[in-house]
Design a protein around this ligand. Structure first.
Ligand SMILES: Cc1ncc(COP(=O)(O)O)c(C=O)c1O
Length: 344
């Protein structure tokens, strides 16, 4: 049972059929009708003018940063943002940007913290060029930015003439958790990247969305980093199925994450924090005296349950389409067994 991430989800039969049957063309020249269809639907669903298919979420964020930020300029982001922690330093190495991190518990950047992090114009300081926010926030535990929080962050940034990029890898999880259209969540932001290949189960692909001008420039930046693809309709076809059919079922993943947390409550040595609101369960195993890495190893080797260490004592378990109610029960039992064997 693989609970390391929702990225392990495999394409549905409908996706595989759509991929087989996809009408294709040279997408790098704008000739692939299926890619164009996906991009149109993605822009429409988010209420923005245009969209661009990219191979991965990491490249989508990179292209967005390359479009908004020049060398030696600064990006404001949460300290545990994916662009800071898990994109191999691309914002420094490829974009040439600096990052000013804000420390939060929940990944939500408060207006006051953003205001304080924005550099006053000065010949000495780097220029603040972008505020980057993450919806849902992965390493904070799948936490959700509420609409008012996104709006408030964007208000501060825009008042200073700074654009806002949303790493919305799991934007639709947030939309489902909040019961709000994704378009409303992203209304105030200037660019959004979302992933087709996580809980939505498509095999490959992310989409960058924004104004027509932004996407036109992003297309050049995608070319620069080698992300323009040819008969990419085979990927886009699965993405279209993901967008049309896979969003509402994310509620099941959220319910199972809550169920897993409930079943773990009261287990000696284990603390679930924060309470899950989307599809992630963060389990702090410090009280067992085991490291997250050792606990995860025992879970995998002894019970064939795979979880991801995301801190010295924290394991992340992610629910997704291949995890059913029985799996949740079995995972909870396995975690309790490892914790108890340690306590004994
Ligand atoms: C918040 C967030 N942003 C970006 C990404 C990058 O996506 P990809 O793995 O498609 O590069 C991930 C992947 O897990 C993520 O969780």
């Amino acid at each position: 049972m693989d609970l390391r991430s929702d990225t392990v989800t495999e394409p549905t039969d409908e996706m595989r059929r759509a991929m087989y049957e996809a009408e294709v063309g040279d997408a790098a020249r704008g000739d692939d009708p299926t890619v164009r269809q996906l991009e149109e639907e993605a822009a429409a669903i988010l209420g923005k003018e245009a969209a661009l298919l990219v191979p991965s979420g990491t490249m989508g964020n990179l292209v967005a940063m390359l479009t908004w930020v020049r060398r030696a300029e600064e990006i404001i982001a949460d300290w545990r943002a994916h662009i800071v922690q898990s994109e191999a330093g691309g914002l420094g190495g490829v974009v040439g940007a600096m990052v000013r991190t804000i420390v939060t518990d929940d990944g939500i950047l408060r207006p006051r913290a953003i205001e304080e992090a924005i550099r006053a114009p000065s010949v000495l300081a780097p220029r603040t060029a972008l505020v980057a926010i993450e919806e849902t926030h992965n390493f904070a535990g799948g936490t959700v930015w509420r609409v008012e929080e996104v709006d408030a962050a964007a208000e501060v940034a825009h008042r200073h003439g700074i654009p806002v990029h949303m790493d919305g890898a799991r934007l639709f999880n947030a939309a489902v958790a909040l019961g709000v259209p994704a378009a409303r969540i992203v209304q105030a932001v200037d660019s959004v990247m979302f992933c087709l290949s996580k809980g939505l189960s498509a095999p490959i692909g992310s989409v960058l969305v924004g104004s027509r001008d932004f996407i036109e420039e992003a297309r050049r930046r995608r070319q620069m980093v080698g992300g323009a693809m040819r008969q990419a309709g085979v990927i886009a076809a699965a993405g279209i199925v993901a967008l049309r059919t896979m969003i509402s079922r994310l509620a099941e993943d959220h319910a199972r994450a809550r169920a897993l947390a409930e079943r773990l409550a009261g287990t000696p040595g284990i603390r679930v924090s924060p309470p899950p609101v989307t599809n992630m369960v963060m389990v702090d195993v410090a009280g067992t005296g085991l490291s997250a890495a050792e606990f995860g190893k025992r879970l995998a080797e002894g019970h064939n349950v795979w979880a991801l260490p995301v801190g010295p004592s924290v394991l992340r378990l992610v629910t997704h389409r291949h995890v059913d109610d029985e799996d949740v029960e079995r995972a909870a039992q396995a975690i309790r067994a490892v914790a108890q064997s340690r306590a004994a």
